[in-house]
Design a protein around this ligand. Sequence first.
Ligand SMILES: NC(=O)c1ccc[n+]([C@@H]2O[C@H](COP(=O)([O-])OP(=O)(O)OC[C@H]3O[C@@H](n4cnc5c(N)ncnc54)[C@H](O)[C@@H]3O)[C@@H](O)[C@H]2O)c1
Length: 260
Amino acid sequence: MNLIEKTVLVTGAAQGLGREIVLQLAARGWRIVVADLNVELGQAVVRECAGAGARAFFVQVDLKTADDPVAMIQSAADHFGRLDVLINCAAYATAEAFCEMTARSWEDTLLVNVRSIALATAAAGRQMIKQGGGGRIINITSPASRMALPNYTAYAASKAAVDSLTRSAAVALASHNIQVNSVAPGMMDTPMQMKTEALFAALEGRTDLEAFLAGRTARIPLGRRTTCREVAETVVWLAAAAPDYITAERLNVSGGLDRD
Ligand SMILES: NC(=O)c1ccc[n+]([C@@H]2O[C@H](COP(=O)([O-])OP(=O)(O)OC[C@H]3O[C@@H](n4cnc5c(N)ncnc54)[C@H](O)[C@@H]3O)[C@@H](O)[C@H]2O)c1
């Protein structure tokens, strides 16, 4: 794909991995739609993009709603006239003991992590087909999707659904030369990860958070956590440089935590 003047929409782009993906694409001259619930941080990311010389705008979305996943794709098309890449990065995560699970956390998790990706991907597919075909969609999944995590059941199940969506969408859109792949990041110390790991420690009755975190890091075969930068480089490669023939793939960037 031509690296110049491509348009990308990144959800969850106000902070963490989504922000880093946006900044790497801005440095390459992409036109960017920053989609997030958080107005203040989202607008700050747009200013960072402008500082790097990229054209960017913010669209506030609540991905729990039925309409926003589709409306944000329309906003991108209205503003820039086309959409070349969609990156579904936003997610909701909470930790609960298996026997204490609540309907509310299941609902929030499934709406943000599953339904919104399905609806946004279909809307992006329609837009890309209208443009004559060609495009890429990248879903951020998690090693959790294939693990037994009794204190993280809703999140793990939602990411297993993301893997399923990636496969279905890849086949649905293949004849239009639209590639759909996913990336499974290892542990990155983002606001989401720090919040959920503190909840895991509490659920396991661990009071020494540092020792708890060190134990989790020690389980990673490469012996270290990753960074948003390292994972974003992989996402950017998939968006900008990967061969067209790669589709329906799930790329591990987890230091050997998850194994294919
Ligand atoms: N951090 C990790 O270690 C890790 C590991 C594996 C997978 N992931 C995945 O990476 C992706 C990015 O996670 P992160 O760690 O950067 O998280 P983060 O919490 O730092 O960022 C998530 C962003 O999503 C936005 N968001 C949440 N709910 C939303 C909603 N209803 N509508 C619109 N925006 C909403 C938040 O405002 C936030 O800006 C997620 O899909 C996550 O599941 C993260």
